[in-house]
Design a protein around this ligand. Sequence first.
Ligand SMILES: Cc1cc2nc3c(=O)[nH]c(=O)nc-3n(C[C@H](O)[C@H](O)[C@H](O)COP(=O)(O)O)c2cc1C
Length: 190
Amino acid sequence: MSAITSTPIHPVLTNRRSPRSFDANAIISNDDLLAILEAARWAPSANNFQPWRFHVGVRGDEVFNSILAALVPFNQSWANRASALVLVSVVNQNEDGTTRAISGFDAGLSVSQLTFEAHSRGQVAHQMAGFDATKAAQTFDLAEAISPIVVIAIGTQGPAEQLEGVLLERENAPRQRKELTEIVLAGLPN
Ligand SMILES: Cc1cc2nc3c(=O)[nH]c(=O)nc-3n(C[C@H](O)[C@H](O)[C@H](O)COP(=O)(O)O)c2cc1C
């Protein structure tokens, strides 16, 4: 179901959603995966620092299984059917060792572009904060200056009916957002 918008916007944005009903048999092509990462690469960032780092696993490989193992059980229950899992980490320090607070914002822009490219190719992407970042950092032996920030499940959407209970309910629920009047504190066009 498309988002109900106050004015027309890009169809990828109205049709995008974060589903949990992944098709467990779908395989993502190398072309699609490469393009999705390339889109992430070309995001803007403060000082062009490009603090995003990615671990990419495809279903069944070691990286996929390691990322899956770091997810909370709720997320594992549906994300195991994704075609790919991507762990996004950020470089959280400047070259002089001071904290780089803007890295999370930059990584969000990068993931936004990744998500847009994925959906424009008929794939779906679902971001997750529900994972053990310490476990992921240990598993991938990340340097102290690199912090895991989010995991993304990417794949083909399957039938909602393969889900049960609260997962099925959420899958069929309409997407909802605050009104523009609530989030634009000044200057909303008439
Ligand atoms: C940073 C971030 C973390 C999220 N974490 C989870 C998560 O751990 N598990 C989950 O099922 N969904 C997670 N979501 C998905 C959100 O619940 C979803 O984007 C939101 O409800 C809006 O739905 P929509 O993306 O379909 O419009 C996360 C989304 C973002 C952006």
